[in-house]
Design a protein around this ligand. Structure first.
Ligand SMILES: NC(=O)C1=CN([C@@H]2O[C@H](COP(=O)(O)OP(=O)(O)OC[C@H]3O[C@@H](n4cnc5c(N)ncnc54)[C@H](O)[C@@H]3O)[C@@H](O)[C@H]2O)[C@@H](O)CC1
Ligand SMILES: [K+]
Length: 525
């Protein structure tokens, strides 16, 4: 599991009512269970457990483990690399405070603080009379950059120790995503991972991480599959020094004589979710109306009253200047527009979103290998889009699997088989698919997410255009296609829920876009 997926899953637990403090307790308890099993297997007499802790959640796991190990009869020595003031995780701090409150000591616990690197010179662990296991709780999934001095020296010290070394979650110093060691990492005999083995640990292999042990810490499948507030961690932080255009330039190609509102709603949603510059390329018949809707739009007029190949060069030139392109909103299904969209889909080498009419006009074979692509069909559009490459049987299987019963349970009784059967269809393209419905299903390769936000008021015209605009905006801000695709319906639905709270079912897509900024900034739970 990638570190970002693990972090978002942990935070999503909070949104489901399961606190991270509780997860940390489960993590610490499972470390103690595993250590007890290892010590029985490896040693003939009671041993000492030495725990090195850092300033984040990984250190917190160590503090909890210390408590449980004491109760199992082990002697426990904790070496904290940080003072209480320096502990960054509230949950870790709460658990360290518990250890500090156990005075005068009646159990066999010692807690020492390593103030600077010189303190480490004074530790001579190999001289200890008893046999021992060393627990590395310095850094887990939160590692950033090269190890700072004191931590680096601690890793060196751990590696020189004769005792059995057990890394918690990730051997400190090893990149939890790539498995690379840029400088030095704990040379572990075993690595205990929580929930799932981290991608980097798996990639590094047993030679670097030792035997791999996975512990369940009570995270429900739903925390991983549902899109929740924790997934907002996937958004990129804005650089304080950034200037106009650094946070996304987007191009929307759409609109027609009858539909000028659709590209305008997409554009409003793109701006509301952070895009800096928004270009709209639209037929003459729609251009003036769109211009009048916002001073924020930069509107370029097509050559004719509908989009056609005559516009190809102009659009490609604009596309070369932006970070992401959306084809489709309100374009209608003109034959000439179909020709244009198919050539654009092939030639545009920027992240691309295909929505509404573009889905009906663009041939799947032209975009099936494009990775930075999002398509946003509802079920009927999905079936029609895939009709030429997928058997009717596969499509009806697909429909049956995602169908809801009268209790709103997904037909997921044999979860893995069901997911496999969905992905046999969706893996036909390399990009991401947002299958819109009461619950939105988001697919990409082996990944699946389900979004639960939104309400029946969102059947109003334009909410799909808003969704496409959000996808576009997030892609332009350098999110990968899956992250953009899973966050877009979450943000759209959440904004829709706020619009419903304010206006009941009397809200339109334009009203919804006004809440997007606050939802995206995490200002509203
Ligand atoms: N999030 C959760 O709900 C859970 C997290 N758990 C544990 O928490 C860990 C993740 O916690 P965190 O996100 O706090 O991250 P970490 O505990 O991995 O470390 C983050 C801390 O280390 C410091 N740090 C980062 N890079 C450094 C470097 N190169 N040199 C020196 N110091 C550095 C940071 O300033 C920060 O204070 C997981 O690996 C796991 O062990 C478990 O408790 C299970 C539940
Ligand atoms: K660790």
């Amino acid at each position: 599991m990638d570190p970002i997926d693990m972090m978002t899953t942990d935070y999503n637990c909070e949104y489901l009512g399961l606190s991270r403090l509780c997860l940390m307790e489960n993590a610490g308890k499972s470390i103690s269970d595993e250590i007890a099993a290892l010590s029985t297997f490896k040693f003939s007499k009671p041993i000492k457990i030495i725990i090195f802790t850092g300033s984040g959640g990984n250190g917190g796991d160590g503090f909890v483990a210390a408590r449980h190990l004491l109760n199992r009869g082990f002697e426990v020595q904790v070496y904290c690399l940080n003072t209480l003031d320096e502990i960054k995780s509230d949950d870790a701090l709460a658990n360290l405070e518990i250890l500090m409150s156990l005075e005068p000591r009646v159990s066999r616990l010692s807690v020492d603080f390593i103030k600077d690197s010189y303190d480490l010179d004074k530790l001579d662990l190999n001289d200890s009379n008893s046999e021992f296991i060393v627990l590395d709780c310095l850094l887990g999934t939160g590692i950033k950059g090269n190890l700072r001095r004191k931590l680096r020296k601690t890793v060196e010290l751990i590696n020189e120790i004769n005792g059995l070394k057990v890394a918690v979650d990730v051997p400190s110093g090893l990149d939890p995503l790539t498995g690379e060691i840029s400088d030095i990492a704990v040379d572990a005999d075993y690595t205990i991972s929580f929930h799932k083995i981290k991608t980097g640990v798996k990639l590094a292999g047993e030679e670097k991480v030792g035997g791999m042990i996975t512990c369940d810490i009570g995270i429900p499948l739903e925390a991983e599959i549902f899109v929740e507030g924790g997934d907002l961690l996937r958004l990129k932080n804005r650089n304080n020094d950034s200037h106009k255009g650094n946070n996304g330039k987007v191009l929307i190609v759409g609109g027609s004589k009858d539909y000028h509102g659709a590209p305008a709603i997409s554009a409003k949603a793109a701006i509301a979710t952070g895009a800096d510059l928004t270009y709209i390329y639209t037929p003459k018949s729609a251009a003036l109306a769109i211009k009048s809707l916002s001073e924020d739009f930069i509107v370029k007029e097509a050559k004719n009253d509908y989009l056609s190949l005559d516009d190809l060069e102009d659009i490609l030139e604009l596309a070369s200047k932006v970070d992401a392109v959306l084809l489709g909103p309100g374009s209608s299904q003109n034959e000439e527009t179909a020709k244009l969209f198919n050539v654009l889909a092939m030639k545009i080498d920027k992240p691309l979103v295909l929505d509404a009419d573009a889905l009906k006009l663009v041939d799947l074979s032209l975009i099936s290998k494009k990775e930075d692509l999002i398509i946003t069909p509802h079920l009927a559009e999905f079936k029609s889009f895939f009709r030429n490459i997928i058997s009717n049987e596969d499509l009806s299987n697909f429909e049956r699997t995602i169908k809801l019963d009268d209790k709103d349970n997904l037909d997921f009784r044999k979860v893995n088989d069901k997911i496999d059967s969905l992905q046999r269809v969706t893996k036909k393209i390399k990009g991401s698919i947002i299958l819109k419905g009461k619950y939105d299903f988001i697919f990409n390769g082996n990944k699946l997410k389900i979004n639960r936000t939104g309400n029946p008021g969102m059947t109003v015209g334009g909410t799909g255009d808003a969704l496409a605009g959000i996808c576009l905006s997030l892609l332009s801000q350098e999110l990968n296609s899956f992250d953009a695709a899973l966050l877009a319906p979450y943000l759209n639905g959440k904004a829709g829920d706020l619009a419903y709270e304010a206006q009941g079912y009397g809200f339109g897509a334009q009203d919804l876009t006004q809440y997007l900024g606050a939802v995206m900034s995490g200002l509203i739970d």
